[in-house]
Design a protein. Structure first.
Length: 186
């Protein structure tokens, strides 16, 4: 972690909370621990604790010295850059944690918590040039038909259900018992 990023994180985050990461050898491991926390409040508290350590609290001597000797004025652009760097590091750590879980007992545990189906009301319907529908749901998700299908009739206000299918596909069914393969685009 650069001195500037450490200082920006310290300035950008007000106080450390109770969810401290376990002692780790590197900052990357500590960030990885925070990224794996499922509860949003605990994850934020973990990041807050790391930022407080980097500002000179109880962190590793190297990081606290760097943060203390490098006063950098915080700007919104600099804070956005530091947040993007932290997000990238968290995603990389999460991807590393998932590596190799595609088979075996770990995959079975991961699938136990995955949803098999969701239901929501349609709030907006648009269409692509080839005729595929783009469906916005009340939960903010946006799904697109994989192929145009004239028998897939849908209107705003309809309750749809999306089930996971084979080979990581998803099938949206309408109240009229029609289904179409869809892909989430947002």
């Amino acid at each position: 972690m650069t001195r500037r990023l450490a200082a920006l994180i310290a300035v950008g985050i007000a106080a450390a909370a109770s969810a401290a990461p376990p002692p780790a050898q590197t900052l990357a491991e500590e960030l990885g621990h925070c990224a794996q926390l499922q509860d949003r409040a605990r994850r934020l508290s973990c990041y807050d604790h790391l930022a407080a350590d980097a500002a000179g609290g109880g962190g590793a001597p190297e990081r606290s010295t760097q943060a203390a000797t490098s006063p950098v004025p915080a700007t919104s652009a600099a804070l956005a850059t530091s947040a993007a760097s932290a997000t990238h590091a968290a995603r990389a750590a999460a991807a590393e944690a998932e590596f190799g879980v595609s088979e075996g007992p770990l995959a079975a545990k991961r699938q136990d918590v995955a949803l098999a189906e969701i239901g929501a009301k349609v709030t907006r319907i648009a269409s692509r040039p080839r005729g595929e529908l783009v469906i916005t749901l009340e939960n903010g998700q946006v799904w697109q038909q994989n192929e145009p299908n004239e028998s897939f009739v849908l209107k705003v206000g309809d309750e749809v259900h999306i089930k996971s299918g084979a080979l990581s596909s998803y099938i949206m069914t309408t109240p009229y018992k029609r289904g179409a393969k869809v892909t989430r685009i947002r």
